[in-house]
Write a protein that binds this ligand. Sequence first.
Ligand SMILES: Cc1cc2nc3c(=O)[nH]c(=O)nc-3n(C[C@H](O)[C@H](O)[C@H](O)COP(=O)(O)O)c2cc1C
Length: 498
Amino acid sequence: MAYKDMREFLDVLREDGQLKDCDEKIKVAHGDNELQALMRLLCQNDGPALMLNNLEGYNTPDIPVIFNPFGTRERTAMMIDERDPLESKKKHARALGNPASWVDPVLVTRDQAPCKDVVIGKDEISLDKQLPHVWFGKEAASYITGAVGITHDPETGERNVGCYRLTQLWNAVHPKGEEYPEEQQKKQLSVFCFWNPPMSHIGLHLAKATAMGKPLEVAFACQCDPAIHLAAATGLAFGQDEFRFAGALRGAPVELVKAETVDIEVPATAEFIIEGVFIPNSETTIGNHSNPVGYYDAIQVFPRFEVTAITHRKNPLWYATMEMMPPFDHNYQALMPVETEVLADLQGKIPEVRDVVVTPNMTYIVQLSVDGAAKPHAEFGKYILHAVWGSAGRWGRTAKIVIVVGPDVDPYDMDSIEWAIATRVQPATDTIINESGQAFVLDPSAPKGHHGFPVVGSQLGIDATMKVPERFESYQEVSQPTAEEVAAVADKLRTILG
Ligand SMILES: Cc1cc2nc3c(=O)[nH]c(=O)nc-3n(C[C@H](O)[C@H](O)[C@H](O)COP(=O)(O)O)c2cc1C
């Protein structure tokens, strides 16, 4: 079943006991840090999603904030109507590998599009009042983190949709002590679009438009059907349309409506649409921004666009999140497309690959369906390590730590993985150091290339399969109860243990 919008997804969470209303006052003004603390508390314990209804130091008190909606692997799977993480990856991988199954969006009229309930024209734009602002940690600005950005290739017209965050300049602190001009604070937004590595597609569109001397129009849709957000976070090939891919994930076409001021079609049931035009050669210095590997980026430079319209639903909802030292609430949303990309590639050629799990700290675990004597050949685990680094797409080649385990190791459980390393690995013979891997662009330990981003980094592969037939003829029997035995004793002692 396809969710019509974010609201329908939230209804399912609520019915399931996974979304709770929070009427307690939460401080969100610049300098307060209750939201980051709340993020840590919830995400460290697989906590529920919250609807924050009572925010202090908030500019739009009538707009509640959705918090932690995708914060567990189960809720991330639910974005595409699954529950089991592996099943959701398989669904995602099937769609990813078969563009023939993608579904064209359909166009609806303005009166069928709730995102047009309220229309704010260019002359009335005042971003201090019309968009919510909440602050996390020591971040210098309030960032918009629940938006998908839509642009068209200025040469071919092909559409791109991606998750890119925006910096709100209103009331933001400039990292070099300057003031953002009032015009920028109230009417412009800056977009995290990289045109140097790591090469986001919006950045490539902007680079092309700049070279052609053309303005680039953009629309950001905030809080859509979660399948759209997942599709937008997936690294499709340049030129492929994430709305068509989202149609395959949801099993129904995405409904789009024409934007007000730009030649772009936007999701009809989004909570907010922000339309605009990039300002040629604009550069905005921003920072601190807290990044997904857990450090503050003190200074970054990004382009700005002029907001030409905002439209939104009646009684709209906002969503806010931050990145920080993992875990945080959209780890799994961002990592599922990474897992799927590698899983689809490996399963396409190695049937013994059962699952690929990427942890919030970006360690890649490959679980095999065989181990020991059932492995196709000696050193099969090392073959898998090389296959990850050689996999198609943008992610496998950047895997800094890769661990291969057998079917009796739970790839979602670090205790289980650590046990496999402790009891099945001799570091001198069962690991590989790849000295010339591609660095993950945000790894602060890797040397920086000439663009200021790391390019090359070393990588560690650990073959934690049983070393049969490599060193032994057989392996000792594992000592542990079955899951059924544990469940039975838990049932028996329920009144004592709770
Ligand atoms: C919540 C969320 C926020 C993200 N923010 C950014 C961002 O600010 N900039 C960026 O380049 N990628 C960001 N990403 C990752 C991109 O969305 C992802 O790499 C996507 O494939 C980019 O689309 P593209 O390949 O069409 O450029 C984010 C992902 C998620 C899930």
